[in-house]
Design a protein around this ligand. Structure first.
Ligand code: HT7
Ligand code: ZN
Length: 859
């Protein structure tokens, strides 16, 4: 497949100001008639033809200006129509089979309803069209179909007219006044029921809100509706963005490749991010709903009103919108805890991407299949890059920059460069060197050393941006680093400073320190970098107990654990050193448990050990077996040393009644963490406690927490509770997903055998991405199972990718990066991982999605 390059961008030769679509709906056969008003684009090179993208379509009829035309031809999948004049009307009819669409791109059937997904290039599976984000059109959509089967007919914008037709059919006509690219088109037809509400905008307009779900699910939409209203208000208050239609629809579907989609006025959501109540959703699920509802809503401005010129600019809308949803969630709950969670996601998902064969800048230079670039780099690193601009500008100036960006580019298809320029002009920054963050891949490594002489402390900072595929030489980046120097006697610091490391090496002096101070660095995770600091365990213990920056405090504890586990894994610890290190960590954890200035939510965060994948990331070549063993052994040592303390915390937290208050949620988080440590230190005790917790649970957080612990242990309670869980929630797809994931992600030594058996369970299907993820993604991200020494985990994922690829290539390709980590894994396993990639690469008929990921991974 051809490589598409950013440098090849050319504006499209034609404009398409208006589009009319007519759908005659059927699950097996839908007829689409598209009428495109086209006119020459004066800003592009003239062309005698118009190139309309298609994917698996056949034109049934082609008309130009109302007359059947023959002046067209097919070029591969695409339709080329000759156009003599400067403005024409092109009409094309196509026929599609939504039920056969297992890729879930374009128009597909899900649980008896019809639904579209057009981002990035799904519209071309519906009709021939210039399916690129810089062609903006006003859409009018008419659809008709059997009323009993599809009582609800929805599309973007406003409902213009509706009525009954013949033979039990009905129709609806929708009009969206806002010009949009084809990827934001949406249509839904089905038997749905709405939770309806009203939002009054800041300027006094009334917006009707509907959340459409299958009958029976409406009782679980309350949290989504509250989240939507909060998002709308927050965007007005924080970014000055008001909603711009009289109607906002959300539809929940159970078969969906991603979390949700921001189609103009008609967001389509994976049910996972809409449905939540205390019996079926955990606290993490509730946060997921709030965050994704906010994210999609915020796209109305960052993505829809200002869209992308081409897909290389994806981070323009995704990075910015992730930042917006992160800031929203910070404001809705605990800002420090949210920051730690976001950094954990970045380190767990994006850092490995940046240090592996799939590394790419947040604005890539080339791709073969754009679906492969919906990555943690584009989304999460993209958000961090804009967050750094905000940090450097300050909140007020940043807002001036975003105001200017929205004003300047409203109604346009913009570029990352446009965003940066608006930030420079609006916020008053010089971002010349900062643009490197858009073009250079790789996580910068910053080394920090503090020296002391007389009463002067000198900070020596240096940076190195590692080579990544296609980018061997890197220039120094401007890195905003927040830091503070603590006086070791008073335990206080002299104020936080923001410095910018913009050269390979910089030294900074600070006077007035009779003794060497203790350095707190990259506070708040002010830059997405890896810090190597020359710091003693005692100093880390000091910061873990006293740092007033919650992130830095968390980081100190993490570094303490990471430092010890790295030594333990590489075998450089003797018994005495191991004992000392464990004692230091155990005391630090004991201090966290005892510190009554902490709330439980933060306490729960501080108790989380660094993940095995993050630990692997800190090593040049990782041995997943040793990482798992050492991490688990440390957890067991802490769990048994602090058994009374964990038991006491557990009992205290168990007294807090269920509610969604921060206190109650924090209590549940701490309770689960305590149980995890106890399970490692005293499995029998923990099994009894977990079984009791399961039996008395009145909410899913407690029930799932108990199941998570039980699933990792041997014993009859594991079996009994798994049976009970299944029977209790049979028929509730989202909870049965949890049942699969709990087993596939468990620490049980036979987890792989369990996954194999579960793949044959009658409830397992390759056609539903949530179910696929709940079993195979959970296994692929279960280090102990995936990295089984004999390579069985890799083989299973290899088989699975090959089986899923013909059904849903986009989802299949998302499993490849796990195998792509082979270069950083010890030689035995590395060869087995590579073997699977080679086997997949050699398979005939591989999709473009999987082929691209496998060939990049083999590099
Ligand atoms: N902008 C949306 C991306 C998306 C998507 C991309 C490819 C294939 C299917 C998809 N579904 C949704 C979601 C978002 O970031 O908000
Ligand atoms: Zn998005």
């Amino acid at each position: 497949p051809a490589v598409i390059r950013r440098s090849d961008y050319k504006p499209f030769a034609w404009r398409v100001p208006e589009v009319s679509l007519d759908f005659a709906l059927g699950l097996e056969e839908t007829h689409v008639t598209a009428v495109l008003a086209v006119e020459r684009n004066p800003q592009a090179d003239a062309s005698p033809t118009i190139h309309l993208d298609g994917d698996g379509l056949e034109p049934l009829t082609v008309k130009i200006d109302g007359e059947v035309a023959t002046s067209w031809s097919m070029e591969g999948n695409d339709l080329i129509v000759s156009l003599p004049g400067d403005a024409h009307q092109i009409e094309v009819t196509t026929k599609i089979n939504p039920s056969a669409n297992t890729a879930l791109m374009g128009l597909f059937a899900s649980g008896g309803m019809l639904c579209t997904q057009c981002e990035a290039e799904g519209f071309r599976r519906i009709t021939f069209f210039p399916d690129r984000p810089d062609v903006l059109s006003v859409y009018r959509v008419r659809m008709s179909g059997p009323k009993a089967q599809f009582p609800v007919l929805l599309s973007n914008g406003n409902l213009e007219a509706e009525g009954d037709g013949e033979d039990g059919t009905h129709w609806a006509q929708w009009h969206d006044p806002w010009p949009k690219p084809s990827y934001l088109f949406a249509l839904v037809a089905g038997d749905l029921i709405a939770n309806s509400d009203i939002f009054n905008t800041v300027s006094g307009r009334e917006v009707a809100l509907n959340i459409w779900v299958r009958e029976g699910d409406e009782g679980r939409t309350g949290h989504a509706m509250e989240s939507l209203k909060k998002s709308m208000r927050w965007d007005e208050e924080t970014f000055g963005r008001e909603y711009d239609l009289d109607l906002f629809n959300i539809v929940a579907v159970s078969d969906f490749n991603m979390g949700a989609m921001e189609n103009k006025g008609l967001n389509v959501f994976n049910t996972k991010y809409v449905l939540a109540d205390e019996d079926t959703a955990t606290d993490v699920d509730f946060d997921g709903v709030e965050g994704v509802i906010a994210h999609e809503y915020f796209h109305n401005w960052s993505g829809n009103r200002v869209t992308c010129r081409d897909w290389f600019q994806l981070s323009l809308k995704e990075g910015f919108t992730v930042l917006r949803d992160q800031l929203f969630s910070q404001d809705m709950g605990s800002a420090p805890v949210k920051r730690i969670e976001d950094v954990r996601v970045l380190r767990g998902a994006q850092f490995p991407e940046d240090s592996g064969p799939l590394a790419h800048p947040i604005r890539p230079d080339s791709f073969r299949e754009i679906s492969n670039f919906y990555t943690a780099t584009i989304y999460n690193k993209g958000a961090e890059v804009i967050r750094m601009i905000r940090t450097m500008a300050g909140e007020e100036a940043f807002r001036k920059g975003t105001d200017l960006y929205f004003d300047r580019h409203d109604g346009e298809a913009a570029t990352c460069e446009d965003f940066v320029k608006a930030m420079e002009d609006g916020a008053g920054l010089d971002l010349t060197q900062f643009r490197l963050w858009y073009s250079q891949a790789g996580t910068p490594k910053v080394s920090v050393r503090l020296t002391h002489e007389g009463d002067t402390a000198t900070l020596h900072l240096s940076q190195e941006v590692p080579p990544t595929p296609g980018q061997s030489d890197k220039q120094p980046m401007p890195i905003p680093i927040k830091l503070a120097l603590f006086d070791r006697d008073s335990g206080e610091h002299r104020g936080e400073q923001l410095i910018t490391l913009d050269k390979a090496q910089v030294s900074l002096s600070f006077d007035g320190f009779a003794k060497p101070p203790i350095l707190s660095v990259n506070r708040g995770f002010s830059a997405p970098i890896v810090v190597h600091r020359d710091i003693s365990s005692d100093e880390l213990v000091f910061l873990a107990a006293r740092d007033d920056d919650p992130f830095a405090r968390y980081e100190a504890l993490q570094d303490l654990v990471v430092g010890h586990l790295k030594d333990a894994v590489d075998g450089s610890l003797d018994d005495a050193a191991r004992k000392d290190a464990r004692q230091a960590i155990t005391s630090a954890i004991a201090a966290v448990l005892a510190d009554d200035t902490l709330d439980d939510s933060m306490r729960g965060e501080l108790l989380v050990l660094p993940s095995e994948s993050y630990l692997a990331e800190t090593m040049l070549v990782a041995d997943p077996g040793r990482i798992h063993a050492e991490r688990q052994s440390l957890r067991a040592a802490i769990g048994s040393a602090l058994e009374p303390e964990f038991t006491a915390v557990y009992q205290r937290a168990s007294q807090v009644p269920y509610s969604l208050s921060a206190e109650a949620r924090g209590a549940r988080k701490v309770k689960t963490q305590a149980l995890v440590y106890l399970a490692a230190g005293n499995p029998d005790l923990a099994a009894t406690m977990a079984a009791a917790q399961y039996d008395s649970a009145n909410n899913m957080t407690d029930r799932q927490g108990a199941m998570m612990v039980l699933c990792g242990l041997e014993g009859i309670e594991r079996t009994n509770k798994l049976i009970d869980f299944y029977n209790r929630y049979k028929g509730n797809a989202l909870v049965i997903d949890k049942w699969f994931a709990l087993q596939a992600g468990s620490m049980h030594p036979a987890a792989l055998a369990h996954v194999k058996a579960l793949a044959d369970h009658p409830d397992f299907t390759m056609k539903n991405p949530n179910r696929v993820r709940s079993l195979f993604m959970a296994m692929a991200y279960n280090p102990q199972a995936f990295h089984a020494e004999d390579g069985e985990g890799y083989r299973m994922i290899g088989d699975f990718i090959l089986a899923l690829d013909p059904i849903n290539p986009q989802t299949a390709a998302r499993f490849v990066p796990q195998l792509g980590k082979w270069r950083r894994i010890e030689p035995g396993r590395s060869a087995l991982m590579r073997e699977q990639l080679e086997r997949i690469a050699a398979a005939p008929g591989l999709s473009r999605d999987t082929h691209e990921q496998v060939s990049r991974s083999l590099g």
